[in-house]
Ligand binder design. Structure first.
Ligand SMILES: Nc1ncnc2c1ncn2[C@@H]1O[C@H](COP(=O)(O)OP(=O)(O)O)[C@@H](O)[C@H]1O
Ligand SMILES: [Mg+2]
Length: 261
């Protein structure tokens, strides 16, 4: 019997990067997410838009395993990870950044990245290797370059600008060969110049790395994504290409009318 193209692709491991089916998350009587179904292909870059309380961060928490969904399933690269703890998802190439900063402010830029690289590599609990691993150091330098921080590699994090600290967080998410990254409002609080830098960093990430970016700034969101999911009251309200979403009257009304911010 002939093998279809779809079967071959599937056998070659080209399952969807992410597949949510009917995901609902309750907090007591409050439904933070209701019946969310979402498919993201490998390497796809998706923006998630929606006003405060729409359920965007809860969506991330369910995907990473920080919270379990109340109902529904989550597949990561074809594997059902609905019940998996967060570290098992990290092992499979999933990363995230948070809305709050989680950096070692007393250490240098390169030390922070080095520690992240070491943290996700094998043998991290070995006590008989006190010396720096050259391969990991090389990876750390490459990541510093990727996020435009190589010139401040030896600067302490506490001395970086706010925008540079956010860039460093992206480097940490890139440690250990990720395949899919969740960015939670990386442009929040950035100056116009820092925003442009962020856009450049995101658009220049290796093509095989897909992501979802939660972003309030429509300009940033539409420039770094090829697909957009609009959320409202815990549900998916609309999906489309950036140009479709931008010109959609319902989206404009929801986004530009009150409630957003
Ligand atoms: N840990 C939690 N406990 C209780 N309610 C929560 C929790 N996290 C989020 N919520 C509620 O779920 C809804 C969605 O929140 P969230 O996912 O943070 O929205 P967004 O990131 O889109 O602003 C909000 O009503 C929020 O108050
Ligand atoms: Mg949020």
């Amino acid at each position: 019997m002939a093998v279809s193209v779809a079967q071959r692709l599937s056998a070659a491991g080209t399952a969807n990067a992410l597949e949510l089916r009917g995901v609902t998350r309750m907090f007591g009587a409050l439904a933070a997410l209701t019946d969310v179904s979402l498919t993201v292909r490998p390497g796809e870059r998706r923006a998630v838009l929606g006003s405060n309380g729409a359920g965007k961060t809860t969506l991330f928490n369910c995907i990473t395993g920080d919270f379990l969904p109340t109902l529904g399933t989550i597949r990561l690269f074809g594997e059902d990870v609905t019940e998996f703890p967060a570290y098992e998802r990290i092992r499979r190439g999933l990363r995230r950044t948070y809305q709050i900063s989680l950096l070692f402010t007393g250490l240098s830029v390169l030390d922070n990245i080095y520690l992240a690289c070491r943290g996700v590599s094998r043998g991290r609990f070995s006590l008989i290797r006190p010396r720096r691993n050259e391969a990991l150091m090389h990876s750390a330098e490459q990541l510093a370059t990727a996020v435009h921080l190589i010139d401040v590699r030896d600067t302490k994090v506490a001395e970086l600008s706010y925008g540079q600290q956010r860039q460093l967080e992206i480097a940490l998410a890139l440690a250990g060969a990720p395949r899919f990254i969740l960015f939670d409002e990386p442009a929040a609080g950035l100056s116009p110049t820092e925003r442009r830098e962020l856009i450049e960093i995101l658009t220049n990430l290796p093509a095989h790395i897909g992501y979802i970016i939660i972003e309030h700034d429509m300009d940033v969101a539409l420039r770094v994504s090829e697909s957009v999911t609009m959320m409202h009251n815990g549900r998916i309200f609309k999906e489309g290409r950036p140009s479709e979403i931008e010109s959609d009257p319902e989206v404009q009304e929801l986004y530009l009318g009150g409630g957003h911010g």
